[in-house]
Design a protein around this ligand. Sequence first.
Ligand code: 8YV
Length: 316
Amino acid sequence: MTRPEILQIGPYPEWDQQPLDQMFTMHRLFEAEDRQAFLARHAPDVRGIATRGEMGADAALIAACPRLEIISVYGVGTDAVDLGAARARGVRVTNTPDVLTEDVADLGVGMALALARGMIGAEAWVRDGSWQMRGGYPLQRRLWGKRAGILGLGRIGMAVGRRLAGFGMSIAYSSRTPKADAPEGWNFVPDPVALAEGCDLLVMALAATPDTRHIVDARVIEALGPDGMLVNISRAANLDEEALLDALEAGRIAGAALDVFEGEPALNPRFLALKNVVLQPHHASGTHETRRAMGQLLRDNLEAHFAGRPLLSEVS
Ligand code: 8YV
């Protein structure tokens, strides 16, 4: 039996690449010197696309593959996939939810602690001899017992909330509708500005859609205020970076911890000059354990599709 042909948009670790190469004929678009020529040659036979959360598959790529049946995403976010174009063609889309939830929440909370307690600057203080020469590190902000606001109470937002509740923080959240499975005492605040006004730490954990673009804008940031801290573990598009940079530079917000950036891996150089930020290279799901589970789920979905079995995690 001929192996299904899959267009691979970005690299995977060796432990995923090997089994993929065994099961399918993989066409590595990211290695092509001439992308258009590569597509002209292989896209007509492609039945599946294997991509990554931040790379997705746009309408042009979907259109270039007339026999496409499935797009399998290594990541939970499907904002970079043109879901409308896929749906219109009856192309199925899968992602890797659940397996990465707890790691993403861990990093978000770690970033919040690092920001509040100045851990990045404190590390430099130890390493550059300031501790010996200048004495103790300047006092920082407390996190425990404060008020957390969570924007987007999906699986990841919920996991962040559970952790922060463990720090004795009160939890409020915004989402399209109140969540029936939210723990008792978690306060539903639909308006993001009101959510920001009433919290000390605002954690962005929502999926990105055209409707959520710049949902955290100048108004939300001003409402968070000079003692407020922001964490973004969702997508850069959800945040007005220019407004955030203006507020950070002027001290109108205490600080921000970001795992995602507009135009990443390049980032606005204004971030690099700031001390009141924690900057992470979009690696909230980046543990051996989770990435192995993500790769497995990506493959299992492709395998299930081509074997005519039900998909494990289809995006509805
Ligand atoms: C990954 C992500 O870093 O899950 C997502 O949507 O953005 C991340 O988990 C990415 O998909 C890996 O390429």
